[in-house]
Design a protein around this ligand. Sequence first.
Ligand code: AMP
Length: 285
Amino acid sequence: MTGAIETVRTVRGLRARVAAWRADGEAVALVPTMGAIHDGHLSLVRLAKAQSGRVVTSLFVNPLQFGPREDFHAYPRDETRDAQVLATAGSDLLYAPDESEMYPPGFSTKVHVGDLTEDLCGASRPNHFDGVATVVAKLLLQCAPDTAIFGEKDYQQLLVIKRFVRDLDIQVEILGAPIVREADGLALSSRNAYLSPEERAIAPVLHQTIRQVATDLAQGRGADDASEAARFKLEAMGLRVDYVAVRDPDTLKALHGPVKAARVLAAVHLGKTRLIDNVPVPPDS
Ligand code: AMP
């Protein structure tokens, strides 16, 4: 197919490609994704390309990180289109293993990161972060990149990955990349495709509201007060609030009263769609 990217489906194929690049003295960056590629993913690929000679993008819809009532089967999949847009953004290789390559019969190991995974998304999605940590650990060991890039869109996930990489002495540099948003502020996500036109029109209120929290905090409003006001506003707009939280940006510990540096994180349900977002305090200008 013209314009598409070279694709490998086995650990062996991936390692052979990476070894050839290394023999030529090239650095390698990995961008893990679940596909349904959008501009948020492509921004990671571009950052990876700027960091390293070669970029591997992985595409694997990881069953381990979905709960039994979540959208694993409905998750959007279009590998042909993904391969084309990834090539255009500068990715050199697509690693798209099937489930039996990633989890062969008898697979029974998991990576569990304590502490950071216990609340926020971890509270409402039990086992989610074990699934993420397990697959990302495998991807890092399969590819052995110099750098791996993850979006701040999934802020808790980024901290979880940094933690297990440090705890397990995995030799890779983890980089976080800024959130790419639609013009109206909605963070790009593969799950935005689930939104009806009416829901899509309401969805930007999530970013507007947490940005307001960040502004209020920067002006001295207390953390509990500001997050309660945000919850009230989101509920008034018809969203079901999972959490709105003001946390330490490195440890995710809860903050109360006036704060200096923090992260405001939120998760909501809009119809059947779960949306997450986060912003820094002080807010970006
Ligand atoms: P996913 O395919 O949803 O698992 O996401 C793959 C990677 O892309 C993760 O590191 C995400 O944090 C990142 N990502 C997803 N959406 C965005 C976005 N809007 N901006 C920046 N990075 C993103």
